[in-house]
Design a protein around this ligand. Structure first.
Ligand SMILES: [Zn+2]
Ligand SMILES: [Zn+2]
Length: 238
């Protein structure tokens, strides 16, 4: 395993700003991270051992980021990912081995609006920070987030440049006429994974445009990493 760190921890840097030591995250290399992600099983996601889609008060969630980490440990989770809308701020204050540094971006691809998850990103990467929210509203309000000006190709490239992987969130919420062709296009732009294990509840204002049963087949067809999470916006982990 190759570990790199997003912040310099030399004695000089630490002595100039002792707080930096608390902000240190450990990142796996892109390839090691992909290997780890592929090792998660369907059961890990469905039996509440791994949840890679959690929102906190840093965006439109109700959960406190520190409390979510505590809950995950108490409940025996292997890994969780806090992925707030368009912001990595949670990861600048909460650091824990159970936590994957992540973010969920609003972005358009042609006529389709989508949510793109990024995992294992260096939260101090300037290129990625540049495409993050500039105001709290951009992390909360759907109507503002819907007018995202991010460029999908550049966004995926920025995620890769920050050491991360790009994953299509809740794909059945995309209004692409053919989800298969849409995913194929994203793969050509560098998409690494797709959220397969996602509970599509009707009450979360999202409409399902395609049947979740087809997602696993699409994931296998394009050799995508299969991820999962509950898109938690409430206070408590299952
Ligand atoms: Zn949300
Ligand atoms: Zn989403």
């Amino acid at each position: 395993m190759t570990y790199t760190t997003g912040i310099c921890v030399c004695l000089l840097c630490i002595s100039l700003n002792p707080q930096k030591i608390f902000l240190k995250h450990f990142y796996l290399s892109y390839n090691d991270f992909i290997t780890n992600m592929r090792n998660f099983t369907k059961e890990d996601f469905t039996n509440n051992k791994v949840n890679l889609h959690i929102h906190t008060t840093f965006s439109d969630g109700k959960a406190d980021a520190f409390d979510i980490v505590k809950q995950a440990k108490d409940k025996g989770y292997k890994k969780i990912a806090i992925c707030d809308h368009n912001t990595m701020e949670a990861h600048k204050v909460v650091k824990d081995n159970i936590l994957i540094p992540a973010v969920e971006f609003d972005v358009w691809c042609g006529y389709v609006f989508l949510h793109l998850l990024a995992y294992n990103v260096d939260v101090n990467n300037e290129e990625l920070q540049a495409v993050c929210a500039k105001s709290k509203k951009e992390t909360e309000l759907d109507i503002i987030r819907f007018f995202s000006k991010r460029d999908i190709k550049k966004l995926i490239q920025a995620i890769h440049n920050a050491g991360g992987i790009a994953v299509l969130a809740h794909p059945c919420c995309c209004w692409a006429l053919s989800l298969d062709r849409f995913v194929k296009k994203l793969v050509s732009y560098g998409l690494d994974g797709i959220e397969v294990y996602y509970p599509y509840p009707r009450w979360r204002k999202y409409i399902r445009f395609s049947n979740p049963d087809c997602i696993e087949k699409i994931a296998e067809k394009y050799n995508l990493i299969k991820t999962g999470g509950t898109d938690l916006h409430g206070k408590f982990l299952n």
